[in-house]
Design a protein around this ligand. Structure first.
Ligand code: GLN
Length: 488
């Protein structure tokens, strides 16, 4: 059962070949067996899962099955879940139990999913290896003995899906946190258009960039998950009115004489990437050409400045969003000599180093003497990048580029903060522009680890992004399962 994709499992559930209870038990057994080694769940919810599964089977028996009825999923522990601890992987929220349900998790409940647990992540989603988690880093199930990163910040989500401890998972992508973890674990990671999935009830990092989305085994699975997660929400002021619906497998957009212009970003050609990434990227371009796609070079002149702009804008917004954690109403509280001392002591104890670093950077770039030269400059660069994407999409329908420079690195890699930040080079620009981007497996490197490439589209062109990603997925035909799945 563990080898079924979400799409296949739903078929089998609907044909009554398997039950939601059987499927859920199978995942819970595996979580019991491998959960501790992989550290992909912060909170497991087996009782809730069995209740959800039984209710799902009852709905199906009554002929009332919903779109994802009986699918056992992992929820990134950034989405507030009513009565279930939600930590953001921070000591600050170690014991926080929300009284409300985030819109995205509510939509997934409404779609009939079964909640297996809350997936590990970087503290407040700030990081790239999920190492900043207060609960320790999740492990990449590929070559498990090597203790490689599953990526970040949605590293528990990628680890759980790649290892068969969830059939699909939610993630959030502020600067690459869905796409990077998916890419280096052999999965599909879809960052939808900003605003397509509601941010309400999702613990804020950088509100103008935060984008919920799915991490799945296949592109069709991603389309199914996104259909359930997307939709207008009056409770999120930046929620789009556009929806997203895809009930059937995605339709081909290539072949049979169909025309499609695919752009390659000129400025990325000079960026150093691994030879494997280069080779696989070229192979996939050759596939797309042979299917009749026209490849054109496009220019996003400021795209290499995206990293600098992101690491000003994201910390600035974070410093403001995280001001609310003052030890007063919820979260860690350390009594001080007066109220300000309590603020100070609580925040000092509750936040980890990376979160503190971001708040210090954010506060600095927003200070009156730095605002114009840092924050305003970054905002201008952001505008230019968004405009450049718009002009590029006058010359092509979709863009492709690598998801990362190379494969998963060991968790104990000794990188400086700036070296970590630099790993986001291929992903942050899409967040600044708010455009949809999907990372899809493009093959295995020489070291037998997976790599991914991104398909990027115009705002609200999420469907075509997924359609092209599916062609790449088919052409690459990666066996996206590490050995832990095969029981070897
Ligand atoms: N790695 C990026 C960062 O540390 C992206 C994180 C994210 O998308 N949540 O900010």
């Amino acid at each position: 059962m563990i080898n079924l994709t979400l799409t296949e499992a739903l078929q089998k559930l609907n044909n009554r070949e398997i039950s939601a209870v059987e499927l859920t038990r199978c995942y819970l057994d595996r979580i019991e067996k491998y959960g501790a080694d992989l550290n992909c769940y912060i909170t497991k919810t087996p009782e809730r899962a069995m209740m959800d599964a039984a209710a799902s089977d009852a709905r199906r028996a009554a002929g009332e099955a919903k779109a994802l009825d009986g699918a056992p999923i992992a929820m990134k522990d950034l989405f507030c879940t009513r009565t279930i601890r939600t930590t953001a992987a921070s000591r600050m929220l170690e014991n926080f139990v929300p009284e409300y349900e985030s819109t995205v998790s509510q939509k997934l409940i409404d779609a009939g999913t079964v909640l297996l647990g809350k997936a590990n992540l970087d503290e407040y989603a700030m990081g790239t290896f999920s190492k900043t988690s207060f609960f320790g880093a999740p492990i990449n199930p590929w070559q498990m003995e090597r203790k490689l990163t599953a990526g970040g910040s949605s590293g528990g989500s990628s680890s759980s899906v790649a290892s068969g401890l969830a059939i699909a998972a939610t993630g959030t992508d502020t600067g690459g946190s869905i796409r990077f973890p998916a890419a280096i674990t052999g999965l599909v990671g879809m960052k939808p258009t900003y605003g397509l999935c509601s941010r309400w009830g999702c613990i804020a990092f950088a509100s103008s960039l935060d984008t919920p989305g799915p991490i799945t085994r296949t592109v069709d699975d991603a389309a199914l998950m996104l259909s359930a997660m997307a939709g207008h929400d009056p409770k999120d002021s930046t929620s789009a009115t556009n929806g997203f619906t895809c009930n059937a497998p995605l339709e081909p957009i290539l072949g049979n004489g169909k025309k499609l212009r695919i752009g390659i970003i000129k400025e990325f050609a000079d960026v150093e990437i691994s030879t494997d990434m280069k080779t696989l990227f070229e192979k996939r371009i050759a596939d797309l050409k042979s299917m009749g796609a026209e490849i054109v070079e496009v220019s996003i002149p400021n795209i290499l400045d995206a990293l600098a702009a992101y690491y000003i804008i994201a910390p600035a917004e974070a410093s403001s969003n995280l001001a609310r954690y003052d030890g007063m109403r919820y979260g860690v509280r350390v009594e001080g000599s007066d109220i300000y001392d309590t603020f100070k002591k609580s925040r000092a104890a509750g936040f980890g180093d990376e979160v503190k670093r971001r708040m210090i950077i954010g506060t600095a770039v927003l200070s009156s003497e730095s605002y114009d030269v840092y924050f305003m400059q970054a905002a201008r660069v952001r505008r230019m990048i968004a405009d450049s994407f718009n002009s590029a999409f006058e010359q092509c329908d979709l863009i492709i580029c690598p998801s990362s420079a190379g494969t998963a690195m060991p968790l104990d890699s000794d990188l400086s903060p700036l070296e970590y930040y630099a790993l986001d080079l291929f992903t942050v620009a899409m967040n600044l522009a708010g455009v949809p981007a999907c990372s899809v497996p493009c093959g295995l490197a020489q070291n037998n680890l997976p790599l991914g490439i991104q398909v990027v589209g115009r705002r609200f062109d999420d469907m075509r992004v997924l359609q092209l990603a599916k062609h790449i997925e088919t052409a690459a035909s990666v066996d996206n399962r590490p050995t832990i799945i095969m029981g070897k």
